[in-house]
Ligand binder design. Structure first.
Ligand code: PLP
Length: 382
């Protein structure tokens, strides 16, 4: 989504929020910048203590954390994995890499999360996992999803890239499935440029997760003194984040309450200042069910149609403001069609994908700039 042309108000922009630079210097002073050094451990501790998960493991990306989940679940050729049609490619590609067949589920018209009422009829004897994505950091209907999964004997892995510190019925997102994944890509609430984490709720996956993340070796046990040499014990890959990035990330994560408060203020200003305009022009604003505490990942508008969206993007561009659309329906992508996806399979997703527009949203967006975006939108007639 990056653009060569510099906008006065970009869609996204990373910024320092605390001691990131100091911590990077500290990591260099210590002189150990491979993975699992002091700052990685600090990030693990923070995530484990705040979220109360059995284990948090930093990874090189959310994509890689999902790949780890697929390896841990022993996904094989012919297994089926159910995934919302409206998500990023990695949510499913990580499973397809292991030979899984994607099964796309349509989304709810309100939260744009997977439509749990359609789950049962998509489950077959080959289904191995359901991967809910908490779109925009608003919780999926986890009670229903978990009940369906339990009945069918199917794993739930939450792709929580948008949802860190959001809650569903008072419980943190990322703590419902047997595993969950986080992203620290520059477009997310907390970042180190590129990075991710695997959250493990089911204790039985912890030991093997450490091995898979360490190239298939029992190196973690070696470092803890549990074995006297380490060797190749399983399949695996190199999923460990450098401590330089972990130092940056810790500078952000330890300020998580401040960051979320700032993002909440941005969300609330869009919401209050665009209510009247959107009601007058048939534009829908985000729906946050009362039992969900959202993670303030994005603010979007659902325009009446594709033409209106294109026109608003152009209108904002003419004022040097970048707004962007989001996911294309996975079932109609080149790969999705190879797996049998066809027009009409997921009508809600197809419709939403054409009309959704994301507004500039980043930690450093100040009120003056945000009011410029709001005024520009109010000056537009769909
Ligand atoms: C950003 C994102 C990812 C991928 O994250 P990376 O850290 O870039 O691999 C996966 N799923 C969703 C829903 C995302 O938004």
């Amino acid at each position: 989504m990056s653009s060569q042309k510099p906008y006065d108000i970009p869609f996204n922009r990373s910024s320092l929020v605390g001691k990131e630079q100091e911590y990077i210097s500290e990591a260099m002073r210590i002189g150990q910048i491979a993975g699992d050094q002091s700052f990685t451990k600090k990030c693990h501790g923070l995530l484990e203590n705040e979220l109360k998960v059995s284990r948090a493991l930093l990874t090189t990306s959310c994509t890689h954390a999902i790949e780890m989940a697929a390896l841990l679940l022993d996904i094989k050729d012919g297994d089926e994995v159910i995934v919302p049609d409206f998500t990023f490619v990695s949510t499913i590609n990580a499973f397809v890499l292991r030979g899984a067949k994607p099964v796309f589920i349509d989304i709810r018209p309100d939260t744009l999360n997977l439509d749990e009422t359609k789950l049962k009829r998509l489950i077959s004897s080959r289904t191995r996992a359901i991967v809910p994505v908490h779109y925009a950091g608003v919780g999926c209907e986890m009670d229903s999803i978990l009940a369906t999964a339990r009945n069918a004997g199917v794993a739930v892995v939450e792709d929580n890239a948008h949802g860190l510190f959001g809650k569903y019925k008072g419980q943190y997102l990322g703590t419902f499935g047997c595993m969950a994944t986080q992203s620290f890509h520059e477009t997310k609430n907390f970042t180190c440029g590129e990075g991710g984490a695997l959250l493990i709720n089911d204790q039985k996956f912890v030991e093997r997760a450490e091995i898979i993340r360490e190239k298939g070796t029992n190196r973690s046990r070696f470092f803890r003194g549990q074995v006297d040499k380490y060797s190749w014990v399983d399949i695996g890959s190199s999923y460990i984040m450098s401590d330089v990035l972990a130092a940056f990330l810790f500078g952000q994560l330890e300020k998580w309450k401040e960051i979320q408060a700032k993002r909440r203020a941005i969300w609330s200003l869009y919401e209050s200042e665009l209510t009247e305009w959107s009601n007058e022009h048939g534009v829908r604003r985000p729906v946050i069910p009362p039992h969900c505490e959202q993670a303030y990942h994005m603010y979007y508008l659902l325009m009446p149609n594709l033409q209106a969206r294109t026109a608003l993007i152009d209108h904002l561009k003419s004022k040097s403001i970048l707004s962007v659309f989001h996911y294309l329906p996975l079932h109609l992508s080149v790969m999705g069609q190879k797996y049998g996806g066809k027009e009409g399979d997921c009508p809600v997703c197809q419709d939403v994908s054409d009309r959704l527009l994301r507004l500039p949203y980043y930690n450093e967006l100040n009120e003056d700039k945000q009011m410029r975006v709001i005024e520009a939108i109010r000056g537009f007639r769909p």
